[in-house]
Design a protein around this ligand. Structure first.
Ligand SMILES: Nc1ncnc2c1ncn2[C@@H]1O[C@H](COP(=O)(O)OP(=O)(O)OP(=O)(O)O)[C@@H](O)[C@H]1O
Length: 511
């Protein structure tokens, strides 16, 4: 029987016993056990680097655990390969979408099966898809190309795909990171209804306590690769959970903003460029970024924010218009960025701002290896200075790495983010252009990074914050612009900001 033809609609139970995963001398997962009964909604919490991804990769057969046993629906299972997990009904939904954008939902579903025939009888497939969708708790249009679906619909389709494949135990890896709060609540609400109905079991990795308390029934907390706490969500407070994650009670420092004298630092004027599809245009008529402010750019993913970041980093050709930095024309070359002290923190820093095969120390030295302390060009690398710089930033930004000489790609996602932020905030910074800085970061890291952004702003840095997380935009910004369909659709001060109004402009529904 292939996964695609499995007919049972019942939730699957999963138990892991003594899961251990070593990478060389380093133990990323140390004797962790967890029991997830059929029909429960279980959350896995832990700081960046705690071992969450390592554990789920062992459960799904992407990692061959060094030690440990797994029991699926009461029978011992040997996860030697992801195909074994799939054949037993275990599936995974990732943070980022995996659907093919140019194909319709129906085409995506049919080609994802392992038993798709070489000649597809579409009339029959559409008929059986209609019957299948009638059993689903939520609907998604299957006749449109996935590229035309909203983020919430895409994430629902990712989940539907797993259910269509017959999977009844789903691992959700931060499934709401790309959704608006309303979309997140809708998707998680439907999932919770399925677990309550006994049709699905869920293990979700999340950093959002709100989602844990609102939707999950049980929680397991990891710290430094070990199990540290767990139990019924109803019996644990957010303080208990965060204290277990961090090994101490959280400290909340109110972020104090100081008034600064503002002057224009960057000006975008009459910008015209193509978007990624080449079909639509990005049009930014007149935006000025001032020193000592955080200017938030809100918007649903895919409305031109990525292209704006590319324009600001000189990676997207302008058809018209210009950027001026401190009054002079700016094309974002490395020399210009250095001269104007403009720094960038792109999304997915491992891919966009690191050399993955190089060490943590080398990556931390990218801003200084070819400059002497007096600011003049250096002709050879000062290894001692680079090592000192790495030690300082690793300590200051709490980067968890086995050593400064470890490859940066071996760090967990959150720790790569901290390392790059540390590097970019070193020295005098006139403008900081950031995209989704806290994506995938744990509670402690989010708070630390938000503190750093406000600290930079208070010191006079002009911060442009492109962010899909509206809560973060509201918390950090002085002024907010909403991007929709490649244009600036709305502007407000943070003081006057109204969430509903911003949401309407984000969705393109505003009057
Ligand atoms: N292939 C690997 N080789 C060496 N070390 C690794 C490898 N994969 C993970 N690690 C290490 O194992 C530890 C746990 O990483 P893991 O990715 O499981 O953390 P996580 O809890 O998922 O973190 P995050 O929230 O940042 O994604 C980290 O210290 C990481 O550097």
């Amino acid at each position: 029987m292939t996964a695609a033809t499995r007919t049972s609609g019942d939730a699957i139970s999963v138990e892991a016993i003594g899961m251990t995963m070593r990478f060389g001398d380093f133990t990323a997962l140390d004797d962790v056990s967890l029991k997830i009964p059929a029909g429960s909604f279980h959350v896995l919490l832990g700081e960046n680097g705690a071992g969450k991804s390592t554990l789920v990769k062992c459960l799904m057969g992407f990692n061959r655990a060094t030690r440990g046993e797994m029991i699926v629906d009461g029978a011992q299972a040997f996860m030697t390969d992801p195909k074994v997990a799939q054949s037993l009904g275990l599936g995974m939904v990732y943070q980022h979408f995996t659907l093919v954008p140019a194909l319709t939902g129906a085409e995506n579903l049919v080609i994802s099966r392992t038993d798709t025939p070489s000649v597809i009888d579409w009339a029959q497939e559409h008929q059986s898809l209609r019957s299948f969708m009638a059993t689903m708790p939520f609907n998604v249009p299957l006749d449109r190309p996935v590229s035309q679906l909203a983020a919430g619909e895409k994430q629902k389709l990712e989940i539907i795909k797993q259910l269509y494949l017959g999977n009844r135990f789903l691992i959700l890896d931060e499934p709401t990171s790309v959704l608006t709060p309303a979309e997140a609540d809708e998707v998680l609400g439907h999932i919770r209804a399925m677990t309550d109905a006994g049709a699905l079991t869920v293990l979700m990795i999340s950093h959002k306590f709100r989602e844990v308390t609102a939707f999950a029934d049980h929680v397991t907390i990891l710290r430094h690769g070990k199990y540290v706490a767990g139990g019924a969500v109803s019996e644990m407070s957010v303080e208990d959970m965060s204290a277990a994650m961090m090994g101490k009670a959280p400290v909340h420092n109110p972020r104090v903003r100081v008034d600064t004298v503002r002057k224009p630092v960057l000006h975008l004027n009459g910008i015209r460029a193509q978007d990624r599809s080449g079909l639509n245009s990005i049009q930014i008529d007149d935006v000025t970024l001032y020193s000592g402010e955080v200017l938030g750019i809100a918007g649903i993913s895919g409305n031109g924010q990525m292209e704006l970041m590319e324009i600001l980093t000189g990676q997207r050709r302008l058809q018209a218009g210009e950027i001026r930095a401190n009054g002079t024309r700016y094309t974002a070359t490395r020399a210009e960025a250095r001269q104007h002290k403009i720094r960038y923190l792109p999304e997915e820093p491992l891919r966009n701002a690191c050399a993955p095969k190089m060490s943590v120390a080398d990556n931390l030295a990218f801003k200084m290896f070819d400059v002497r302390r007096n600011g003049r060009p250096a002709f050879w690398c000062n290894r001692k200075d680079m090592a000192r710089n790495a030690d300082r930033l690793i300590a200051e930004f709490n980067v968890k790495t086995t050593s400064p000489d470890a490859r940066i790609a071996s760090l967990s996602g959150g720790n790569v983010q901290r390392a790059v932020l540390g590097r970019e905030l070193t020295g005098e910074v006139n403008a900081l252009i950031i995209s989704n800085p806290c994506f995938g970061l744990d509670f402690g890291a989010v708070s630390a990074i938000r503190d750093r952004i406000i600290e930079a702003r208070n010191n006079g840095t002009a911060v442009l914050l492109i962010n899909e997380d509206l809560d973060e935009i509201m918390e950090l910004s002085d002024r907010i612009l909403v991007m929709s369909e490649g244009r600036i659709a709305f502007e407000t001060t943070a003081a006057a900001a109204d969430l509903t109004e911003i949401g309407q402009h984000m969705a393109g529904h505003a009057a």
